[in-house]
Design a protein around this ligand. Structure first.
Ligand SMILES: Cc1cc2nc3c(=O)[nH]c(=O)nc-3n(C[C@H](O)[C@H](O)[C@H](O)COP(=O)(O)OP(=O)(O)OC[C@H]3O[C@@H](n4cnc5c(N)ncnc54)[C@H](O)[C@@H]3O)c2cc1C
Length: 264
C-alpha cells in the first residue's frame, strides 16, 4: 500500500478503499515516541491495520536526553522483533537507589535500594530511531500538520485535514481513516478540541537535564570524580531526594551520563 501524501492519487487510494477493506486504516497524529510506538504496535499482522503517521516536523531529528525503559517498554520492543536493536542501543540498569540528601551537611542517607531492578537506559533519539526504522517504508509522513478532523459516515470513519507544515504549500488535504490516534504531545491540539475543559496547570517545578559525554580524556577525569560519589554508575539508577528538589543520575551506552535536576 502506498501512503504518500504528496501524491494526490495515492492519497485518494489510501482514503477511499477504507470501508471496502477488512483492514483498518489508522491515522496517527504525531511521530514522536508515542506515535511511532502506537504505529509499531498496530502494524503487527494480528492487528490487520494499515497505519499512516502524520508528523509536522520536517525530518527525524535528535532530541531528548536519556530514557529509562522499564520492563513493559522493553517487553513491547522485544515482542515487536526489536530485541537485538534494543540490546544494541541500551544498557541494563539492575539496581535502583534512593537517598535523602541533607543540603546543610551535604550528607546522604539511604532510603531504599532495589537490587532486582529491571530497567534499561538508552538515548531518547536512539529509541525513536529504532522505532522509525522498524516501520514499513512510507508509514511516517514528515512535514504534515493535522489542522482539523471530523467524524464522517455516522461516526464510522474520520476525516483529517492536513497541510504542509513548512514551505509555500498551503493547500489543505484530506485523509480518511477508520481510527484516529492523537499522539501530538503535551500541547495536543486534538485534546484541546476534544476536551476543551482540560487545561494544563503549572505546578511550580523546573527541571534541568542533560547528557554528559565523557568519551574525551579530559571529561573522563570529571566522570571519575562523579563515580567517587556514585560508585554503581553503569548499573544503578540513582535518585537523590532533598527538600523541594531531586536529582536523577544514570549511565547511558557510549560513555555518557544522563543527569536531571528538578526543583520547585
Ligand atoms: C512522567 C514522565 C517521565 C518522563 N521521563 C523521561 C525520560 O526519562 N527521558 C526523556 O527523554 N523524556 C522523559 N519524559 C518526557 C517524554 O518522554 C517526552 O515528553 C516524550 O517525547 C513524549 O512523547 P510523545 O510522543 O507523547 O510526545 P512528543 O514527544 O511531544 O511528540 C509529539 C509529536 O507530535 C507532533 N505534533 C504535534 N502536533 C501535531 C499536529 N497537529 N500534526 C502533526 N504532528 C504534530 C510534534 O511535532 C511531535 O513530534 C517524561 C515525561 C513524563 C510525563
Amino acid at each position: 500500500m502506498e501512503q504518500k501524501l504528496g501524491d494526490d492519487d495515492r492519497e485518494e487510494e489510501w482514503s477511499s478503499s477504507s470501508s471496502s477493506s477488512s483492514r483498518r486504516k489508522v491515522i496517527v497524529v504525531g511521530g514522536s515516541i508515542a506515535g511511532l510506538s502506537c504505529a509499531k504496535a498496530l502494524v503487527q499482522p494480528q492487528c490487520q491495520c494499515d497505519v499512516l503517521v502524520l508528523e509536522r516536523a520536517s525530518a527525524l531529528t535528535a532530541a531528548g536526553a536519556g530514557l529509562g525503559l522499564d520492563i513493559h517498554a522493553c517487553r513491547a520492543l522485544q515482542e515487536w522483533g526489536l530485541a537485538s536493536a534494543l540490546a544494541a542501543i541500551s544498557m541494563p540498569l539492575t539496581v535502583e537507589q534512593n537517598r535523602a540528601i541533607d543540603p546543610q551537611s551535604k550528607s546522604a542517607r539511604l532510603l531504599a535500594r532495589d537490587e532486582e531492578f529491571n530497567n534499561r537506559s538508552a538515548y531518547w533519539s536512539d529509541v525513536h530511531r529504532i522505532l522509525f526504522e522498524a516501520l514499513p517504508q512510507g508509514t511516517v509522513e514528515f512535514g504534515q500538520e493535522v489542522v482539523g478532523f471530523e467524524e464522517i459516515d455516522e461516526g464510522r470513519r474520520i476525516r483529517a485535514k492536513v497541510k504542509p507544515s513548512s514551505g509555500d504549500g498551503n493547500e489543505i488535504k484530506e485523509v480518511v481513516g477508520d481510527l484516529f490516534i492523537a499522539a501530538d504531545g503535551i500541547n495536543s491540539s486534538t485534546r484541546q478540541r476534544l476536551v476543551p475543559s482540560d487545561k494544563r496547570q503549572y505546578c511550580g517545578y523546573c527541571a534541568w537535564r542533560g547528557v554528559f559525554d565523557y568519551s574525551e580524556q579530559a571529561a573522563e577525569e570529571i566522570a571519575a570524580a562523579v563515580r567517587k560519589a556514585y560508585a554503581d554508575l553503569g548499573k544503578c539508577l540513582y535518585f537523590d531526594l532533598a527538600p523541594g528538589s531531586h536529582a536523577v543520575l544514570y549511565e547511558l551506552p557510549g560513555k555518557r551520563l544522563n543527569w536531571l535536576w528538578e526543583t520547585r
